[in-house]
Design a protein around this ligand. Sequence first.
Ligand code: OFO
Length: 175
Amino acid sequence: MLSKTVCQALSDQVTKEIGSSYLYLQMAAWLEAQALKGFAAWMRIQAQEEVAHGMILFNFLLDRGAMAELGAIPKPEAVYASPLQVFERALAHEQGITESINTIMDAAIKDRDFATQRRLDWFISEQVEEEANPTEIIAKIKLLGDGQSLFLLDKELGLRTFVMPPPLAAATAAP
Ligand code: OFO
């Protein structure tokens, strides 16, 4: 049985994951307004992934017989100075999400809640990628500068496709 603390922390994390989706959707809107359709497409997929992350935790709470109590999602920042700033903000956001997942893991360890620890293991690995992606894009933007070559990166980012995270794919697979 989930403790009250872990249950609340997981519910809050569902809100944060959906909030991440909301933030990335807003970033996609700004990028598309700058005619950077590839960057925007990348962000749209990121937004989709975040909904999937939220659903993994939501399903987990319900599977454990807990009541998920969702919170309010803050309004995301709508205007950015440059694509570089967008990805710097995305990286800072992901670092905060990593911290949040680590805090829940701490609580689950204190509770000897092994099932939650197993579920969070996936998120801990995922956060390595969540930080690596914007870090790599920031490096490429800095390398290429603001000029024409940004359009090459725009093309590259536009190739990203959505991959359903395995824990959610397993839960939604046909019987
Ligand atoms: Fe769900 O990892 Fe990003 O926020």
